[in-house]
Design a protein around this ligand. Structure first.
Ligand code: HSE
Length: 409
């Protein structure tokens, strides 16, 4: 019998317990183990829960119980989770987590501790919600040289953008709805400012390129500056605006991870991903490209990945050697995003078309319904972003917005 402890009984924790008991027979059959949940750790009381006898407020009950071999950390944040996870791994207990902040900030260290204690630290639920992306990257696609990953990695912002575009819903109303549905972070700034997507692209970058990519090294922009006017211009151009997290290998051997809103053309499948769904495109030499798609947030979709890791880790007899990466001490392997060559959309007021031609050469003009006199929107030709910045400063007038165009790999 392998006993499980679930740390945290919030949205994902309660979903994990619910899904585990709903499908317990199948999960035990698939893992070949007689699994059961022995403890649920939470500071709150749940006297009416059908699992009331499993609750504890004392972490020591779990870490000191030799029967517990699998711990699911679904508390989120760093305050308690880091110490708890570290202690569990140091005691040889396998840990599975949905905690992207923990993996993005402490992944290399925790993976090392797991290896030293012959146990596993799994985190399929940390990125893409229900989408299997971590295991495919290091198992199914292991025979390839992966050159890039690009995706919609945050369900809340994709949900907000979809509601704004399709239903002209105000940003704040859409955010409130995402919070009620259990998609948003406790502090939704992490969603709308791109920090959540940043943590996820750090995890994918570390896994694919083998060195820990810390969030502080990644250029990150959220969706708070986007307007409905920008959305209309994107549609007239033939695409949508999406919050994209991406990483690519550069010619000089560095990698470029970043998070930013981007014009995504309708030829790219990412432009068609709406609501809380996430999508991740992966590019590599053998398979060319593959796409992963599914619910990126929410109680049971995230629980699906947590429970999947529980079933997987129950079968493991030693530390996974493919799902790991080395720590890194500096960011010398990260490229400067300002050196990247990119096309950029510009919306400006009070700038003459002659001046735009003089500065940028030939540009692609966009139009929208009720476009006011004096407002021009265009896509500048591809160039290094630092050169674009210099040219933009020469335009004069009022720059109302700039958004990068996502290139197809
Ligand atoms: N707040 C996150 C999102 C939850 O919206 O994607 C899933 O990681």
């Amino acid at each position: 019998m392998s006993k499980i402890a679930v740390l945290g009984y919030g949205v994902v924790g309660s979903g994990t317990v619910e899904l585990f008991y709903k499908n317990k027979d199948k999960i035990c059959a698939k893992s070949g183990k007689d699994l059961d949940i022995k403890y649920i750790l939470d500071i709150r009381d749940f006297p009416d829960s059908p699992y009331a006898d499993k609750f504890t407020k004392n972490f020591d009950d779990i870490v000191n119980d030799p029967e517990v071999t699998i711990v699911a950390e679904v508390i989120g944040g760093m305050k308690f989770s880091y110490g708890y996870v570290k202690a569990c791994l140091e005691n040889g207990k396998n840990v599975v987590t949905s905690n992207k902040e923990l993996v993005a900030e402490k992944g290399a260290e925790l993976l090392k501790i797991a290896a030293e204690h012959n146990c596993n630290f799994l985190f399929e639920a940390s990125t893409g919600g229900a989408i299997p992306i971590i295991r495919p990257l290091h198992v199914c696609l292991a025979g390839n040289d992966i050159s890039a990953v690009a995706g919609i990695l945050n369900g809340t912002t994709n949900f907000i953008l979809t509601k704004m575009i399709n239903e002209q819903m105000a940003f704040s109303d859409a955010l409130e709805m995402a919070q009620k549905l259990g998609y948003a972070e406790q502090d939704p700034t992490a969603d709308v400012e791109g920090h959540d997507a940043c943590r996820k692209i750090c995890i994918l970058s570390s896994l694919v390129f083998g060195k820990h990519v810390y969030p502080k090294w990644v250029h990150c922009e959220g969706i708070t500056k986007l307007t409905l006017e920008d959305v209309m211009y994107a549609q007239s151009w033939g695409g949508e605006i999406k919050l994209i997290g991406s990483v690519k290998k550069c010619n000089d051997g560095k990698i470029l991870p970043m998070v930013r809103p981007a014009f995504v053309c309708n030829n790219n499948q990412l432009s068609h991903i709406s609501d809380v769904f996430n999508g991740v495109m992966v590019y590599g030499d053998g398979f060319d490209e593959v796409m992963f798609y599914g619910r990126g947030a929410g109680k049971l979709p995230t629980a699906s990945a947590v429970v999947g890791d529980i079933a997987a880790v129950a079968k493991m007899t030693s530390t996974s050697i493919s799902q790991t990466w080395a720590d890194s001490t500096d960011d010398s392997f990260i490229a400067d995003y300002k050196d990247d060559v990119v096309s950029i959309y510009v919306r400006a007021n009070g700038v003459a078309a002659e001046k735009i031609s003089e500065v940028f050469g030939t540009v692609e003009y966009l139009s929208r319904e009720n476009q006011p006199d004096g407002e021009l929107a265009f896509i500048a030709p591809a160039m290094q972003e630092k050169l674009f910045d210099e040219k933009l400063a020469q335009l004069g007038g009022e720059i109302l917005g700039t958004i990068r165009v996502l290139e197809l790999e």
